[in-house]
Design a binder for this molecule. Structure first.
Ligand SMILES: [Fe+2]
Ligand SMILES: [Fe+2]
Length: 136
């Protein structure tokens, strides 16, 4: 069973952002499922790396929108992004140094909650600003 399902409630209303979010969700699900299924460590490690790379790309995309449109809350928002990158890096380091599957699953669960909260509260907050600038 998947850890998280996409729901319309998470739609931000900016096509490139919503596509990214769906992809991030599926990566988190793949990672979670591969842990639950007890896949070999290099497979799980690859998923963690992909999640890190894709999350960075996604954040860079949002931050480019902020730059382009002069989003006033970008400073606080970027700090949240840095925080999530740190968390994914922590999952990777902890997994690499031999954390138990239980501990890794807990960390993935926490990461997932954080991602959902960030989308619901912070990402949705910038949508009206971007829409007003003609980005949708
Ligand atoms: Fe986002
Ligand atoms: Fe964001």
């Amino acid at each position: 069973m998947s850890l998280v399902q996409w729901s319309d409630e998470l739609t931000v209303g900016v096509a490139a952002v919503d596509d990214d979010h769906r992809k991030l969700f599926s990566l988190v699900n793949y990672l979670y499922d591969s842990m639950v299924a007890g896949r070999e460590r290099p497979v799980v490690d690859d998923f963690i790396n992909s999640l890190l790379i894709y999350t960075r790309e996604h954040f860079a995309r949002e931050e480019a929108f902020f730059e382009e449109t002069g989003y006033p809350d970008s400073f606080v928002h970027k700090k949240e992004h840095d925080d999530l990158i740190r968390q994914i890096t922590d999952v990777r380091e902890s997994f690499k140094s031999g954390a138990t599957p239980q501990k890794t699953l807990e960390m993935i669960g926490f990461l997932n909650k954080w991602l959902i909260e960030h989308i619901r509260k912070s990402d949705k907050k910038y949508a009206p600003h971007l829409h007003a600038q003609g980005i949708s």
